[in-house]
Write a protein that binds this ligand. Structure first.
Ligand SMILES: [Fe+2]
Length: 462
């Protein structure tokens, strides 16, 4: 039986099919921009089931109705070709079937088992980690990384995959060390850059974050739009915290929005960046409407609560009230259909959070604070990364501050400041709150610290 470049057996594969599979592996791990070429190859393939099968998985990551329909066609073709499927290919079939059925937990479990059984199947690990990310299962991301690492210690992509799991489990020192090890092995690893960005962001190492990402940005030119816009989004986050908001807004225009405006991942990077800029009082002008035009067709998709909440926020900030109302009703229906394993994400988090975001966008801050407060304890379940979910925490905090829930806001800000004591904005907000609750000495101290930090950053000192 033919084997691919990782030494994995592939049924009914000729040289062309093996070349296509190796191309897919290289391109997916590198977050390259030539993935559509694999889908085209899979469409023509008539014998090797793994091609349309992996193509179906790739299409499912796109999170669009059209791509989902295409994925169904590819999956049907894969099943029709799968008479001689190997055990590994049968596992791929079962996991994909589970994904189509909305059973991401079952799909993830199969991928975790595959990571143990076939640790050289790096795409199985990649997709497994994607399931874990979408389910907010940080330990699951790490488990998969740890299972494949011993057999792939010479592969920088695998070090970065394991490092991301460590980062999401808040094991920041180990995560950063592993990601930097990956970069020492190969500088062209955008996922490793991404992990380092997360680690520096979590600790408030702001100038380091800017310098590091700028020093790697030349390697992102051949990345797909998700990785390209997302790494630039991370750079914008550092700039916002450094009070360099104009530069962050310029990155929105030049790097974050405009690559592939119809792609879900580009859209959420755009929504999240605009919202974070507005939280720091930046006037983003007409930018919401250009994003919202692309969000309007998504009201009833519900590929994930994490995506949906950002779509809804984008629509609400653009003032598309009828679309917001329609999406809220649709979200409630989706939550009612949630399986037991999905209930926390859809019913406990997404529904109150969506209403809270809609209230926030209308300026009804007290209502927003209450609704978002109900959702926050369940936020992890909607998926995404810690840094991405941070948007909802920031909006909740803003609603608390604007509606005068001083004690609750103060507790959150104090915790933020303990974790990231390097952000001038946090110190200023703390100062404002201390003043409101009559603690003028602490207010003055926080204000002084904010000024000191701002002065250091202006001089380029970390
Ligand atoms: Fe990220």
């Amino acid at each position: 039986m033919a084997k691919d470049g990782q030494g994995l057996e592939v049924s009914n594969a000729d040289g062309g099919a093996i070349a296509a599979l190796d191309f897919l592996t290289a391109e997916w791990l590198a977050f390259g921009d030539r993935l559509p070429e694999f889908i085209a190859a899979a469409e023509k393939e008539e014998r090797c089931a793994l091609l349309p099968l992996l193509s179906a998985n790739l299409l499912l990551t796109v999170n669009s109705t059209a791509a989902f329909a295409m994925a169904q066609c590819h999956f049907a073709r894969a099943k029709a070709m799968a008479h001689e499927a190997t055990a590994r290919e049968r596992a791929w079939l079962a996991a994909t079937e589970a994904w189509f059925a909305g059973a991401r937990d079952r799909a993830q479990k199969i991928h975790e088992d595959m990571a143990s059984e076939w640790p050289h199947d790096l795409l199985a690990a990649k997709v497994g980690q994607l399931h874990a990310i979408d389910r907010g299962d940080a330990e699951g991301i790490l488990r998969i990384g740890e299972r494949i690492l011993p057999a792939n210690r010479d592969n920088h992509y695998v070090w970065a995959m394991a490092a991301f799991g460590l980062e999401e489990c808040n094991r920041l020192d180990e995560a950063e060390a592993q990601a930097r090890h990956a970069i020492e092995m190969e500088r062209h690893d955008p996922w490793a850059h991404h992990v380092v960005a997360h680690c520096l962001e979590a600790r408030g190492r702001l100038l380091e974050g800017v310098t590091f990402l700028q020093s790697m940005a030349d390697t992102w030119e051949r990345c797909n739009s998700f990785m390209y816009t997302h790494n630039w989004w991370h750079l914008a986050l550092f700039l916002i915290d450094l009070d360099r908001r104009d530069e962050a807004l310029a990155l929105f225009d030049k790097r974050v929005w405009g690559m592939q405006k119809d792609f879900s991942e580009d859209q959420i990077n755009a929504v999240s960046l605009l919202a974070r800029l507005e939280l720091r009082c930046v006037d983003v002008g007409e930018r919401w409407s250009d994003v919202a035009i692309r969000l309007e067709p998504r009201l009833h998709e519900h590929f994930s609560p994490f995506l949906d909440l950002q779509y809804l926020l984008g629509l609400a900030r653009a003032g598309r009230q009828s679309a917001v109302t329609e999406m809220l009703a649709s979200l409630e229906d989706r939550a009612e259909r949630a399986t037991a394993g999905e209930r926390e994400a859809w019913a406990d988090c997404a529904v109150p959070a969506a209403h809270g975001l809609a209230a926030y966008a209308k300026g009804d801050f007290g209502e927003a604070a209450g609704l978002l407060g109900r959702a926050m304890p369940h936020l992890r379940a909607i998926g995404g990364s810690i840094a991405q979910r941070g948007l909802f925490g920031a909006i909740h905090l803003d609603a608390l501050m604007k509606s005068g829930w001083n004690d609750a806001a103060l507790a959150i800000l104090q915790a933020d400041d303990r974790e990231r004591p390097t952000v001038p904005w946090t110190k200023r907000a703390l100062s404002d709150l201390y003043r409101r609750v009559g603690r003028s000495e602490q207010a003055l101290l926080a204000e002084y610290q904010a000024e000191q930090l701002a002065r250091r950053y202006a001089q380029g000192q970390a």
